[in-house]
Design a protein around this ligand. Structure first.
Ligand SMILES: Cc1ncc(COP(=O)(O)O)c(C=O)c1O
Length: 393
């Protein structure tokens, strides 16, 4: 049988990163591929105690259907959490999502007709590219440099293909690790009003800053309420619990709620309650601090080893936070070919071309430093350095 799939999904294959992650199941392979926390970073003991407490406190009620908007105490917590980030918001502007990824999907569902334009950075988060493509979006690329998205490029980009949406990862971008400079955020928020566009500000990494000062979200400068901020507990508590949130204007959040009702009704009450109690008991901030120490150490170690073992023609910047180091190889070097050699030596990364909608970036690659142990980072970077030196000689 050849099923008659929809036009939008027929041409799509599984995400390359998921395919690479399957290779990493083999125990001898050292993986710098996925963007995951290591399992020893999960606060398992605290979560066990909290889970028991949730059963006692909420009893059967927690197993009933809940509201699509989300578990009320958690939504209230998000209002205060956002206020600490400099974003004033109200309860009916907050929706709990099944991860930030669902937030991207619901925004696409709410805004995109086939053929509509979306402004993105090149490169950007692969799943966002895939989600927008699934809704038939056409991409227009804004300019970006080492300070992040160039606000004035939105003026040109927005004019092409009737763009309604701009999608950005504002802090420690996936894959480049770049953060949108503070000075650019106000300008960008003002441009959204002028160009009547809506920003999806995706920020799953913002709390993981290892150096430099915290920068307020673009959403905090957004006087006309044109930005929808997507947050997530995936990188700061657990990705497996699938809890994130969207904060935006009521009329947009109202449509996201309809979209969510029709897709998964609501995010699991149990996981929302566990996340809420973890936060309400004051455990979240010390936990983030301990993650920062842990990841900063791994990031520094990886950078140090890279400077010793990688060929001098490979370049990279030190990320101020997040989970990734972005590497540029000389023009003409093909990272997917390098990958084939690396897997023979049992070390893997993500070739950067996957993050470039419409092609490009063949000579780039992304390394994750959070998931491997320090010993694996040491061994893996030595192996990768050898492969690179041989391949690029
Ligand atoms: C930029 C970006 N947005 C969203 C997500 C999805 O996160 P979540 O687990 O909250 O759905 C990720 C996950 O890696 C990401 O890198």
């Amino acid at each position: 049988m050849r099923p008659a799939f929809s036009k939008n999904i027929a041409g799509m294959s599984g995400n390359m990163i998921r395919e690479i992650l399957k290779l990493t199941q083999q125990p001898e392979v050292i993986s710098f591929a996925g963007g995951m926390p290591p399992v020893d970073a999960f606060p398992v003991d605290a979560l066990r105690e909290i889970s028991e407490m949730v059963f006692d406190k909420y009893k059967g009620g927690i197993f009933q259907y809940g509201t699509s908007e989300g578990f009320l105490p958690l939504r209230e917590f998000i209002v205060t959490w956002m206020a600490e980030k400099g974003v004033k918001t109200e309860l009916d502007e907050v929706l709990i999502t099944s991860g930030a990824q669902q937030g991207i999907d619901l925004m696409a569902k709410a805004f995109l007709n086939s053929g509509d334009g979306v402004v993105i950075e090149k490169p950007t988060y692969l799943a966002a590219i895939q989600i927008f493509s699934l809704y038939g979006a056409e991409f227009v690329y804004g300019d970006a440099d080492e300070q992040g998205f160039v606000p004035q490029s939105l003026r040109r980009a927005a004019g092409e293909k009737n763009c309604k949406l701009l999608y950005l990862v504002s802090n420690f971008q996936n894959p480049t690790g770049i953060t949108l400079a503070g000075e650019r955020r106000q300008e960008l928020a003002d441009l959204l009003s002028e160009l009547e566009m809506v920003l999806i500000e995706d920020d799953p990494y913002g709390d993981l800053r290892y150096s430099g000062d915290n920068i307020k979200p673009v959403k905090s400068y957004d006087r006309e309420n044109r930005a929808v901020y997507l947050g997530s507990f995936s990188k700061i508590i657990s990705p497996g619990l699938r809890v994130g949130f969207a904060v935006g204007p009521k009329e947009i959040v109202g449509k996201l709620v309809v979209g969510k009702q029709l897709s998964d009704v609501h995010t699991s009450n149990l996981t929302q309650a566990i996340i809420y109690e973890f936060c309400a008991q004051g455990l979240i901030k010390p936990h983030i601090e301990s993650l920062k120490l842990h990841y900063r150490k791994k990031c520094d170690l990886m950078l140090e080893l890279m400077s010793v073992h990688f060929p001098p023609t490979a370049t990279w910047a030190r990320p101020e936070g997040g989970l990734f180091i972005w590497v540029q190889l000389p023009e003409g070097t093909v990272a997917t070919e390098l990958f084939k050699e690396a897997i023979k030596e049992k070390v893997v990364f993500i070739p950067g071309g996957s993050f470039f909608a419409g092609g490009g970036g063949a000579n780039t690659l992304r390394l994750n430093f959070s998931n491997a142990t320090e010993g694996q980072i040491e061994e893996g970077i030595i192996r990768l350095g050898k492969v690179m030196n041989k391949f690029m000689a």
